[in-house]
Design a protein around this ligand. Structure first.
Ligand code: UDP
Ligand code: MG
Length: 319
């Protein structure tokens, strides 16, 4: 049974040697029946040379170089499309997800599960800000989403071929892969693990990318934010009714023009709400627009190691 390991890498030249070494050790039990797919997501350092070198040293390492940086989720998708295994294991290049968990995950899968995902019981070496926002994000997402997406999971998981095919059949461009696997269904189970600090380098997820991922997740798995407009409309109706009473009251009692302060207050309140709901609609509209264009998700620039059955052309068409 062929096992594929898929790793998206962006500027990970320093993590690569340790990564491949630990992956080889973890997959040794399956030795020749393993392919390790390293996807270079438009790195600006020597990640691609590093991947080529690893592939020369270890025949089971394959490399895929995207034409430019397309983001973690798309790079992962590219690797998943190229994977040929019966079972597919995905993890980050920085070794925050321990490859040694593979044997436990394989054992779970032998017992009939289709997806075994890692759930972070603790995160080491990450800022309190990241921990706090990640914690809040998963809880808000779950409240809004109709699909239960397990809390505190990343893309670290082992999946079976049939679930992978189900996910690859989803054509959307805004890819929130952990949610897509959750949505696919089948038999899923989580394993708790402690998320280690990065082995090398800095995080490749600055604030802007985190916000984009959060919006992609929310807009892909919930339309509830769109309904906020309706709820706010009710709220403002109540406020407006109270204001009406107040305005008539002061007209009758004091026979004066109603106060300036309250006018400004009302105008800013309502325009704030209008802008907010317009913005939410804009987020969805923009994503509809991007989906409608239907561009390929990525292009493959170069490949090393192993003959790839899916040609870059057919792969980007599938996307
Ligand atoms: N990554 C990528 N493209 C990007 C950003 C990140 O392929 O545009 C990869 C990165 O090399 C790593 C994984 O995605 O293997 C997770 O990124 P990172 O560890 O920086 O995120 P964090 O763990 O800090 O959330
Ligand atoms: Mg990381």
């Amino acid at each position: 049974m062929l096992l594929s390991v898929v790793v998206p890498c962006m500027n990970e030249e320093d993590s690569l040697p340790a990564l491949v070494e630990r992956l080889i050790a973890a997959t040794d039990a399956w030795s020749d029946d393993t392919e390790i797919l390293l996807v270079d997501d438009g790195s600006t350092d020597d990640t691609w040379d590093g991947i080529c070198l690893q592939s020369q040293k270890h025949p089971r390492v394959r490399g895929l170089k995207l034409s430019t940086n397309r983001g973690h989720q798309v790079a992962l998708t590219a690797g998943l499309m190229a994977a040929r295994g019966e079972r597919i294991f995905m993890l980050d290049a920085d070794l925050q997800d321990p490859p040694e968990l593979l044997s436990d995950m394989m054992a779970m899968m032998d017992r009939g599960y289709d997806v075994v995902y890692g759930r972070r019981s603790e995160r080491k070496g990450e800022s309190w800000f990241k921990k706090l926002t990640a914690h809040g994000f998963y809880r808000i997402l779950n409240r809004l989403s109709d699909v239960p997406i397990p809390n505190d999971t990343g893309d670290f998981r082992l999946v079976s071929r049939r679930v992978l095919n189900a996910v690859l059949d989803m054509p959307e461009r805004a890819r929130f892969i952990r949610g897509m696997f959750a949505w696919a269904g089948f038999r899923q189970i989580g394993i708790e693990y402690v998320r280690d600090p990065r082995v090398a380098g800095e995080t490749k997820y600055p604030m802007s990318k985190m916000i984009r991922l959060a919006f992609d997740a929310l807009s892909s798995f919930s339309i509830k934010p769109l309904q906020i407009a309706t709820r706010l409309a009710f709220l403002t109706l109540i406020v407006a009714a109270l204001m009406l009473v107040y305005v008539f009251w002061s007209l009758i009692l004091y026979n004066t023009v109603a106060g300036w302060a309250s006018t400004v207050l009302v105008i800013s309140f309502f325009s704030g709400i209008q802008l907010l709901t317009l913005g939410i609609m804009g987020e969805y509209l923009g994503r509809l627009y991007i989906e409608a264009k239907g561009r390929p998700l990525f292009f493959i620039d170069e490949q090393v190691g192993g003959v790839v059955e899916n040609t870059p052309e057919t792969m980007s068409k599938q996307a």
